[in-house]
Design a protein around this ligand. Structure first.
Ligand code: ARG
Length: 258
């Protein structure tokens, strides 16, 4: 009797393991993605809420342009919106591990990311700005040899500060957010900070001892990312985004959150 129980227990454990594995697999597959979200009653957005006006914390809750768009996506599907506020440089891995349904984080579309996720239509254009002390002559400012603060894993980090095509940084200091990078500049540990245009403008508004200037780097576009092959969800996201773009709502949201 005891033995049978043991065998049964082992069998149960095996069945459970298979079930869990099967469950994991269906979580990463695109097919049935919408049904799964509806069955869960919620959709999960992955973001890093230290990137105003796109995502920031207001009254202890994430708010911002991307949050409003995400809410409209949840409403369109008829489920609750859940937000995971996390480190920016881990968002794509989390998405691909099935720990969220989509990433909306002022995320720039680029070839490296396109190889591992699928992107929605583009809804914002931006470029990288440099934040420096306000008495700086930006026309002659030389980034060569400077200690540059960036948010880890952003295009400001990977495309400008950490490569030598544009200049040879004295040192690149990576922080969890541009807010932290600016705090470190205030503490004298960083000479300047590279971050996207609108977040840079917002940061200098809050820190009037600094100014933000456009060094003339190429334009970037933001899009929402889903796991590769998740066309069911991407179609809904694109429908919502297209409506926002067509009705001029994105600009309105930028003003609302600026
Ligand atoms: N656009 C830049 C990038 O995609 C920075 C995005 C940072 N976003 C954030 N929510 N912190 O790399």
């Amino acid at each position: 009797m005891k033995k049978i129980c043991k065998v049964a227990a082992v069998l149960m454990a095996l069945l459970l393991a298979v079930g869990v594995l099967a469950g994991c697999q269906s979580e990463t597959a695109g097919e049935g993605a919408l049904d799964r979200i509806k069955a869960n009653g919620k959709i999960t957005m992955l973001t890093n809420a230290q990137f105003a006006p796109f995502e920031y914390i207001k009254d202890n809750e994430p708010a911002g342009v991307d949050v409003d768009i995400a809410q409209a996506i949840a409403d369109e599907i008829g489920v609750e919106l859940e937000i995971t506020d996390m480190d920016f440089d881990a968002i794509i891995d989390f998405l691909n591990a099935g720990k969220g349904d989509f990433a909306a984080a002022g995320l720039t579309v680029n070839e490296e990311r396109k190889a591992v996720v699928d992107f929605s239509i583009e809804y914002v254009t931006s470029t990288q700005y440099v934040i420096v002390p306000k008495d700086t002559d930006t026309a002659s400012y030389d980034l060569n040899g400077k200690v540059i603060g960036v948010q880890a894993g952003t295009t400001g980090d990977l495309y400008y500060a950490s490569v030598e095509d544009y200049f040879k940084a004295g040192d690149v200091k990576r922080y969890k957010s541009a807010v932290d990078a600016v705090a470190e500049m205030k503490a004298g540990r960083v000479d300047c900070v590279i971050i996207d245009e609108l977040p840079a403008k917002k940061l200098v508004e809050e820190n009037p001892e600094y100014i933000a200037y456009d060094p003339g780097y190429p334009p970037e576009s933001y899009a929402i990312a889903v796991q590769k092959g998740n066309t069911e969800l991407l179609d809904v996201i694109n429908k919502v985004l297209q409506k926002f773009v067509d009705e001029g709502k994105i600009d309105e949201l930028v003003v609302k959150h600026s």
